[in-house]
Write a protein that binds this ligand. Structure first.
Ligand code: SF4
Length: 435
């Protein structure tokens, strides 16, 4: 393959732009094969939210192959635009990847005939083989179309030596256009949280880069003028020894950069938080999920309320601390729900910033497997919770909602698990100003 257009379809979050690290990794390996990459990113091209016209415009390219990465919230938009694109230019090859399409690949290929290939999971080796022209049947980790038949190849083994992966191709973008720059030091998570599809997607297994390799990338970013970065790992703090050593090296290098990361309540200690703060860490966020011990147990979170309070108390002393909560678990009683609201108040009072999300029953999660028969789509809920639809006309919104209703198992992230109390909880949250 001589050239390929790579497109990141993602709106700005809160008006801010985020470096598409995952797709820039793909751009880097593609260029190593000699393929010329035409890189496009929606969020730096268009300031507003997603619109169907802008997505069609950004996909308009002379290249014969288009690789698209998106999260689940942009999927209906992308599919709508691809239907038009494929009708006009059937000779183009459309490859989809990223966490959105990856977990529902077979269902999507069956439902939407205008996608040619979906890359499942880690894409670097897969895209290299596709660019080299390896026949689809021999490329592991994809779902592809052969005539009327959808074929799934065997899963691809995880990349064990992440140091072999080239750094994201930052020469393809203008780093100064990004408010948030991410670095990935490890991929995967060994935990079993029942609402999560990240850990199953990675096979509940973590691979980590070496500290010198991560430092080379951070120094590279520093030399490009980046002064603050976010460590995007799902569980950065998993290996305390690694993190302490990383902090030591970062401090020693005196790059004078600040950073933020994701923590996990059961893995934190005062010693670790202190070392992270001394190395420039100014922010940490935790998935708290619920204020009910019963719910925490059901979702296999492996943390307790006293532990949450203690770790948040310690964290707040060292850095900005965000506590993320969730509502709408199918087994969450009204009492559990009020315990969550109460704990949110307690930790906010302590100085944490709190956020609350409706449970998204994503396909690889344990909750989805157990409760998919209770999925329900509510226009009122999603119109309140997903502002990605704000830029659409009434007719366009109607078309996308129709698509979402037709394929609940593909767009389950827009659904909720219906229980007797969901409306009551929604009313409480609206009245309290959470929504
Ligand atoms: S929610 Fe976080 S800690 Fe739990 S399984 Fe998912 S990535 Fe791991």
């Amino acid at each position: 393959m001589k050239s390929m257009t790579l497109v990141n379809i993602m709106p700005r979050l809160g008006g801010e732009t985020t470096l598409p690290t995952g797709l820039l990794y793909i751009a880097a390996v593609l260029e190593n094969t000699g393929c010329q990459v035409n890189f496009r990113d929606y969020q730096v091209t268009y300031e507003g939210g997603l619109t169907l016209q802008h997505i069609s415009d950004i996909l308009d390219t002379p290249d014969e192959t288009i690789g698209i990465s998106c999260l689940f919230n942009a999927l209906p938009f992308v599919l709508h635009a691809l239907r038009v694109l494929k009708a006009e230019t059937p000779e183009k090859t459309i490859i989809l990847g990223g966490p959105g399409p990856s977990s529902v690949a077979e269902n999507m290929m069956q439902a939407f005939p205008y996608i040619d290939v979906i890359v499942r999971g880690e894409g670097e080796h897969t895209i290299t083989e596709l660019a080299q022209g390896v026949p689809y049947r021999n490329v592991k980790g994809i779902v592809f179309r052969s005539g009327q038949t959808v074929i799934t190849t065997s899963p691809r083994e995880r990349i064990h030596d992440l140091d072999e992966v080239p750094f994201p191709a930052c020469d393809k973008i203008d780093l100064t256009q990004y408010d948030h720059v991410g670095v990935i030091t490890a991929r995967g998570c060994p935990y079993q949280c029942a609402f999560c599809e990240v850990a199953p997607l990675w096979g509940h297994h973590t691979e980590r880069r070496s500290i010198p390799n991560v430092m080379d990338e951070i120094t590279f970013l520093h030399d490009y003028g980046v002064t603050d970065f976010h460590i995007n790992d799902d569980t950065f703090v998993l290996d305390e020894k690694w993190v302490l050593q990383f902090c030591k090296v970062l401090q020693r290098e005196k790059l004078d950069m600040t950073w933020k990361c994701n923590g996990r309540v059961d893995l934190m200690s005062e010693n670790l938080l202190r070392a992270m703060a001394q190395a420039g860490c100014i922010g940490i966020q935790y998935g708290i999920e619920s204020g009910s011990e019963a719910v925490l147990k059901r979702i296999r979170k492996q943390i307790s309320i006293p532990q949450i309070k203690e770790v948040l108390r310690m964290s707040i002393q060292y850095m900005d601390t965000i506590a993320n909560f969730m509502w709408g678990f199918p087994f969450e009683t009204m009492e559990d729900f009020y315990e969550t609201i109460y704990l949110m108040g307690v930790v906010a009072e302590m100085g944490a910033q709190v956020s609350l999300f409706l449970l998204a029953p994503t396909p690889l999660s344990g909750i989805y497997q157990d409760y998919f028969h209770q999925l329900k789509f509510s226009e009122e809920l999603i119109s309140n919770l997903f502002n990605v639809f704000d830029g659409l006309s009434y007719k366009e919104k109607d078309e996308l909602f129709h698509m979402i209703r037709e394929y609940p198992h593909i767009f389950s992230g827009f659904y909720h698990v219906h229980t007797a109390h969901i409306e009551e909880k929604f009313t409480v949250l609206k009245a309290a100003g959470f929504i």
